[in-house]
Design a protein around this ligand. Structure first.
Ligand SMILES: Cc1cc2nc3c(=O)[nH]c(=O)nc-3n(C[C@H](O)[C@H](O)[C@H](O)COP(=O)(O)OP(=O)(O)OC[C@H]3O[C@@H](n4cnc5c(N)ncnc54)[C@H](O)[C@@H]3O)c2cc1C
Length: 487
């Protein structure tokens, strides 16, 4: 190795290679090359300080690198898929497990999460549902600890009031007692007590009400999805704008599965995806795949043969799209007071305040036996005037002349077997899990479901809330897990 001076630069030669650098001792006038690098370097640093890399930029950056393999592929990046990604990354110490979340629509325009009313209540009759809702509230309480001090999903703990007719009264009373045994805090109110507490309600046709006193209310579902997604990305999960279009199968004579004839198991550890603007498909190898595709989960199941192949695979995922309509309106004349809870009426509508003024939203699902109206503005308005407004103004007379300010509609992931979520492994595949079909409870259950799936995969079984009864097996043995609704 030796050095020699070239004008203001020093040239050091090591193993016959030249390395240029400035000589600190001899450099009086800066060489133009170093000057350019110095100025350019400062400029780049300056720009970086002005626009720090956000999680979304980070996602975009890492999404450009196509993942050929992953430990866990999650199909669907809505509230459920993103909560699973968050929990797996949190539990696996950030870098331990490679998680890829596939979503065909990064704008989330058609997903249920983006249009959800964000209601959180414990008033169910299936212990699993009560426990998951209790945990949902606990998770919201810990929101800042989990997502950072700026995190806020505007949880409004105003409670939830269920109203029953004569027919459903005893059921509501029994339900309330049952829920309290599982940690819910609620009270039964007679029509007189209801009128005293909520004078704006007409309860002449109501036999009894059940009011959730703690951990019930509503929050912004879209914000919750954003926090799950952002944190998962920060912890290293990769979100890929891609549609799952197929699986690649392999005969695996070496694998024995309960209920499957020896040497006939056809497994998969590779998913085929279609990226936007690419005509060819690509594939990702995985150790585990989780189907969390909301109301499209049955279609994704078909790709894996679920519901269309013989034997154990002949049992379909019973998830169908169910339409739900939401309307926003203003009530200027004597609106319900600021502490009004979310009200679930036995007539099938539910409504709540939206903000602190006289704005409200009301949700309604058309009866399953009727063809739902189309999503045209005209049909939506007709449905509101014919079906929703009569129930609304019957319950709150001051809603008679409300001013409609907007409406939206969309599908949710209705489980037509028993109306409850499906969580856990598919009994045929050794490496495929399901987290879907939560019907009208998916947002409040998302934190608990994400945690439960992460426990199944990383700990080998449920550690906190036991969701074994919500597995796919109940369809095979024909054992519905109904939640008794009040009429
Ligand atoms: C109007 C309305 C009001 C509601 N109100 C409430 C409420 O008050 N409280 C409550 O708890 N729940 C409520 N729900 C239900 C709740 O919103 C859903 O249960 C929940 O959002 C489901 O979340 P998800 O992640 O499973 O599905 P989604 O949010 O639908 O996400 C699924 C994702 O999968 C993606 N996907 C689908 N197929 C593929 C594929 N082949 N490849 C890649 N990606 C794919 C989709 O693009 C989508 O982004 C409501 C639903 C609606 C529609």
């Amino acid at each position: 190795m030796y050095s020699r001076r070239l004008n203001n630069l020093c040239c050091t030669i090591i193993n016959n290679k030249k390395y240029l650098h400035t000589s600190t001792k001899l450099n009086k006038r800066e060489h133009p090359l170093w000057r350019t690098i110095r100025i350019l370097g400062e400029d780049l640093q300056f720009k970086k300080r002005l626009s720090p890399v956000t999680s979304e930029d980070y996602a975009l950056a890492i999404s450009r690198e196509f993942p050929r393999h992953a430990d866990i592929v999650i199909v669907g990046g809505g509230a459920i898929g993103s909560s699973i990604a968050y929990w797996i990354k949190t539990k696996s110490n950030f870098d331990g497990v490679k998680v890829v979340v596939l979503d065909k629509d990064p704008t989330y325009t058609k997903c249920s999460t983006a249009i959800s009313m964000g209601c959180l209540k414990q008033q169910f009759t299936l212990p699993e549902n009560v426990q998951m809702a209790c945990y949902g509230a606990e998770f919201l309480r810990q929101l800042k600890k989990n997502f950072g001090m700026e995190a806020n999903v505007n949880f409004n703990p105003a409670g939830c009031l269920l109203l029953a007719s004569d027919e459903g009264a005893q059921q509501l009373i029994d339900n309330s007692q049952f829920q309290r045994e599982y940690g819910a805090i609620n009270m039964i109110l007679s029509p007189e007590q209801l009128t005293k507490r909520f004078p704006y309600l007409d309860v002449s046709d109501v036999a009894v009400g059940s009011l959730g006193l703690e951990r019930e209310g509503w929050f912004n579902a879209w914000d919750m999805l954003k926090y799950f997604r952002r944190k998962s990305i920060e912890l290293g999960a990769q979100y890929l704008n891609a549609e799952a279009v197929d699986f690649i199968f392999e005969e695996r004579e070496d694998i024995l599965v309960d209920g499957v004839q020896e040497a006939t198991y056809r497994g998969t550890n590779e998913i085929v995806v279609k990226l936007p603007q690419e005509s060819e498909t690509r594939s990702i190898k995985f150790a585990f795949c989780i189907i969390a595709a909301g109301h499209e989960s049955t279609n994704v199941g078909h790709l894996a043969g679920i519901g269309i192949q013989p034997g154990m695979l002949s049992v379909p995922l019973p998830i169908e799209k169910r339409k739900r309509f939401v309307y926003s309106f203003n009530c200027e004349d004597h609106p319900p007071s600021i502490n009004s809870p979310m009200i679930e009426d036995y007539t099938g509508i539910n409504f709540r305040r939206e903000g602190l003024g006289g704005s409200f939203i009301v949700g309604a699902a058309p009866h399953p036996d009727f063809t739902p109206p189309s999503e045209s503005e005209e049909d939506k308005l007709k449905f509101f005037n014919d079906m929703v407004l009569p129930c609304l103004s019957r319950r709150v007379p001051s809603f008679k002349d409300v001013k409609l300010t907007g409406s939206w509609s969309g599908d949710y992931d209705y489980n037509n077997f028993d109306g409850n979520g499906i969580v856990g492994p598919h009994p045929y595949f050794i490496n495929m899990y399901l987290a879907t079909g939560f019907s009208d409870k998916g947002i409040q259950q998302a934190p608990a479901v994400g945690r439960a799936v992460s426990e199944m995969i990383l700990d080998g079984g449920f550690k906190t809330i036991d969701l074994t009864r919500l597995s796919f097996n109940r369809f095979i043995v024909d054992k519905p897990m109904f939640d008794v609704r009040v009429t």
